[in-house]
Design a protein around this ligand. Structure first.
Ligand code: SF4
Length: 243
């Protein structure tokens, strides 16, 4: 097996459909992306990153005002479309930050890229990923979510532990992992999983890669997947179609 680089967020894709994961990993045709939703999410991440950067380098105490200033700097046509949604996100994020500050300080990492190497049957797998927020004092890892994400799904639990692996392999301990939905204020502590569970899931993916076995799995992605026709007609000969 060649040395492989996998980004942490694409592991989710494997649990939806191994074949879509494979295409994504190989940079074949990508699954169509809702560009507005992507832009919305990345803008919110940028706002939060700049918010923390300014908070760290100044003595600003008025968090409301800080958010508004940063928002003016980073907003765009997509975020400006929905003022109510932005107001809600601001409210939820500031409530989170006020609560966090009661127990912790300004020692944190924001939007930081990490890499970690794991060995699998004498082969190297390089995992890369960006950690949204890590509080060094409380050793809490936070992943911001926007939109309708069902956070308790197994795939997200696994993803959270991949992020944890990225940190621990870089000598940063993790006591708690939280997925925080900025739209709803829902705050989901991710349960710890046993090493056995984690390794089983990881090995499932690594075995697929080793054996080059990526079965198609029908899921919500199929509707817009560029490989839909191929999957639907796989194994069907032209004579069976009855042309
Ligand atoms: S069409 Fe569905 S089953 Fe086929 S690769 Fe795409 S997501 Fe997977």
């Amino acid at each position: 097996m060649e040395e492989l680089k996998i980004s942490a967020h694409t592991f989710n894709l494997y649990f939806d459909c191994p074949r879509a994961f494979y295409y994504n990993m190989k940079n074949y045709l990508q699954l169509p992306i809702d560009t507005e939703q992507l832009l919305f999410g990345s803008t919110i991440h940028n706002i939060i990153a700049l918010f923390y950067e300014k908070l760290k380098t100044s003595n600003i105490e008025d968090l409301d005002r800080l958010w508004d200033d940063v928002y003016k700097e980073c907003s765009n046509y997509v975020t400006n479309k929905d003022e109510n949604r932005i107001a809600k996100i601001k409210q939820n994020f500031l409530a989170f930050e006020r609560r966090r500050r009661e127990n912790s300080g300004n020692d944190y990492l924001v939007e930081q890229r990490f890499e970690a190497e794991i060995q699998y049957n004498n082969h190297k797998i390089r995992i890369v990923g960006v950690i949204d927020f890590y509080d060094r004092q409380t050793k809490t890892l936070v992943d911001w979510k926007t939109g309708d994400t069902f956070l308790s799904e197994h795939k997200y639990v696994f993803q959270a532990h991949i992020y944890k692996l990225l940190l621990t392999k870089n000598n940063l301990d993790v006591n708690k992992i939280i997925f925080f939905n900025l739209d709803t204020g829902q705050h989901v502590p991710i349960p710890s999983v046993s090493e056995k569970f984690f390794n089983r899931k990881l090995n499932e993916i690594l075995n697929s890669i080793k054996n080059n076995c990526f079965p198609a799995r029908k899921c919500y992605l199929c509707k817009n997947c560029p490989y839909r026709i191929r999957c639907e007609f796989e194994g069907v000969s032209i004579w069976q179609i009855g042309l």
